[in-house]
Write a protein that binds this ligand. Structure first.
Ligand code: FES
Ligand code: FES
Length: 166
C-alpha cells in the first residue's frame, strides 16, 4: 500500500504492508532512527512522536492510519543548528542517562509546552507518565522541562539544583 504524510515539514511517501506500524515506517522507510522502539506494545513511550499536535505512541498505530497527517519526530526539533528549548533543557539539566527514553520524553514534553508553556510540576509529571525511564531519571527530566518552559516564555530558567543554596 502507498502512504503519504508530512514528516518534519517535508512530504514523504512510501510502500508499506497494511500491518506496518508507524514507528517502523519512520525508522525503516524514512531512516529516522531517533524515534526508538522499546516495548512495541504501547507501554514505554520510547516511540512517541507528535502527530497533528498530539503526542502519540507510533508503535500503537499503523502507518496507513497516519495517511495525510503531519508528524514531527525528534529529528525535526532543532532548526538552523539551534536546539529546541526542550532539547536544550535536557542538556542543561542532565535530563538523561542512557538516553533510550529521551526522544520520547522530549516529544511528550514538546507537546505539553505547545499547549501550556507554564506547567506545574504535577502537570509535567502527568504529561510524561506514559514514558518510562529505566534509569529512573525523572527528577532531572522534570527540571529539564521547567528549564524549557522558562526559555519558551522568554524568562531566565531557574538555577540547577546543584547551584541552589550555593
Ligand atoms: S515502543 Fe511504543 S510504547 Fe514502547
Ligand atoms: S535515560 Fe535511560 S531509559 Fe531514560
Amino acid at each position: 500500500m502507498q502512504v503519504s504524510m508530512t514528516v518534519n515539514g517535508g512530504e514523504v511517501s512510501g510502500d508499506v504492508e497494511a500491518r506496518t506500524l508507524l514507528v517502523h515506517f519512520i525508522r525503516e522507510n524514512l531512516h529516522l532512527t531517533g524515534t526508538h522502539v522499546g516495548c512495541e506494545s504501547g507501554y514505554c513511550g520510547a516511540c512517541t512522536v507528535i502527530l497533528d499536535s498530539k503526542p502519540v505512541k507510533s508503535c500503537s498505530m499503523l502507518a496507513v492510519q497516519a495517511e495525510g497527517s503531519s508528524i514531527t519526530t525528534i529529528e525535526g526539533l532543532a532548526s538552523n543548528g539551534e536546539l529546541h528549548p526542550v532539547q536544550e533543557g535536557f542538556w542543561e539539566r542532565h535530563g538523561l542517562q542512557c538516553g533510550f527514553c529521551t526522544p520520547g520524553m522530549i516529544m511528550s514534553s514538546v507537546a505539553l509546552l505547545e499547549e501550556n508553556d507554564n506547567p506545574s510540576e504535577a502537570e509535567i509529571r502527568h504529561s510524561i507518565e506514559g514514558n518510562l525511564c529505566r534509569c529512573t531519571g525523572y527528577h532531572n527530566i522534570v527540571k529539564a522541562v521547567e528549564y524549557a518552559g522558562a526559555k519558551v516564555r522568554g524568562e531566565e530558567p531557574p538555577p540547577p539544583d546543584w547551584e541552589e543554596g550555593s
